[in-house]
Write a protein that binds this ligand. Structure first.
Ligand SMILES: NC(=O)C1=CN([C@@H]2O[C@H](COP(=O)(O)OP(=O)(O)OC[C@H]3O[C@@H](n4cnc5c(N)ncnc54)[C@H](OP(=O)(O)O)[C@@H]3O)[C@@H](O)[C@H]2O)C=CC1
Ligand SMILES: Nc1nc(O)c(N)c(N[C@@H]2O[C@H](COP(=O)(O)O)[C@@H](O)[C@H]2O)n1
Length: 227
């Protein structure tokens, strides 16, 4: 199957949480890491999140640096990479910041069971593509994104989408900034949630690098997907 190069980027607390038990966004990293994330966004063809993240955080997923936006324009790209939402039932609010902020294309990936009135409303804001019957079929979605010209895809969470992508063998690398805070909470989302692997199965990783940034550490991992 042809698909883009796919990496996850996430900020997590020292105890592995990516937000609070109420799914409220918290500041985990500082200015230097936010700038690193901005550089990653700028260098990607698309940035993808799950509907859970849209509903919890209402992110814009835009490139923030004016200079980087100019550089993208000079290369003939939109200021922002394509913004992609994985949303089986087309629940994305039509006034979401992803639609309101910044120029560039938006794609909502829905399943064929998404209510048609929701899909119709979203088509006024974004390109809507269909993959899967009751839930978005991620391998199919990745192939469709590739055919639309997306070669480098950045996944910005959340926990459920990270699991689904990793457990489907769709992730090449993971970048985690581990910040100097504890969030705690049994139900607070972690880097990877979902149902977890069966028995003692695990997904092996290879460490690419570990770099201290301010009071945290940036870990880069290669995912050793099973062939
Ligand atoms: N610190 C950080 O770097 C980041 C933190 N976050 C945090 O993560 C949390 C959100 O994570 P979470 O609630 O897990 O939501 P996600 O963003 O992971 O979205 C999950 C949803 O995606 C939809 N989906 C569609 N197809 C699939 C599929 N094949 N497999 C799995 N899911 C699918 C499902 O909804 P449906 O069935 O309706 O389609 C599912 O509930 C927030 O609290 C946010 O603050 C988010 C991003 C970055
Ligand atoms: N890298 C990083 N560090 C933190 O400390 C964070 N809290 C996050 N959060 C995620 O970034 C998204 C916001 O994007 P926009 O600023 O709206 O473009 C959002 O989804 C957060 O969960 N990331």
């Amino acid at each position: 199957m042809d698909r883009p190069f796919i990496f996850i980027n996430s900020a997590m607390s020292a105890d592995g949480k990516i937000s609070t038990w109420q799914r409220k966004q918290v500041r985990i990293s500082g200015a230097i890491d936010f700038d690193r994330v901005d550089r990653l966004r700028c260098g990607s063809d698309a940035i993808m999140v799950g509907i859970g993240t849209v509903l919890a955080d209402d992110p814009s997923l835009t490139v923030k640096s004016v200079q980087r936006k100019i550089e993208r324009k000079e290369k003939g790209f939109d200021e922002n990479p394509v913004r992609v939402i994985i949303d089986s039932q087309a629940r994305t609010p039509i006034d979401a910041d992803i639609f309101k902020k910044g120029e560039g294309r938006r794609i909502v990936v829905v399943s064929s069971s998404a209510p048609s009135e929701n899909v119709k409303a979203l088509r006024r804001k974004a390109m809507v593509i269909i993959a899967g019957e009751s839930r978005v079929d991620l391998p199919d979605a990745m192939e469709q994104l590739y055919l639309l010209g997306i070669n480098r895809l950045m996944v910005e969470g959340g926990a459920t989408l990270n699991w689904a992508m990793l457990s489907s063998g769709l992730v090449d690398e993971i970048y985690t900034f581990v910040g100097n805070v504890i969030i705690g909470g049994q139900v607070a989302p972690t880097l990877v949630d979902g149902e977890g692997f069966k028995d003692t199965s695990t997904l092996p990783l290879e460490l690419i690098s570990a770099e201290k940034i301010e009071q945290g550490i940036l870990l880069k991992w290669k995912v050793l997907n099973f062939q």
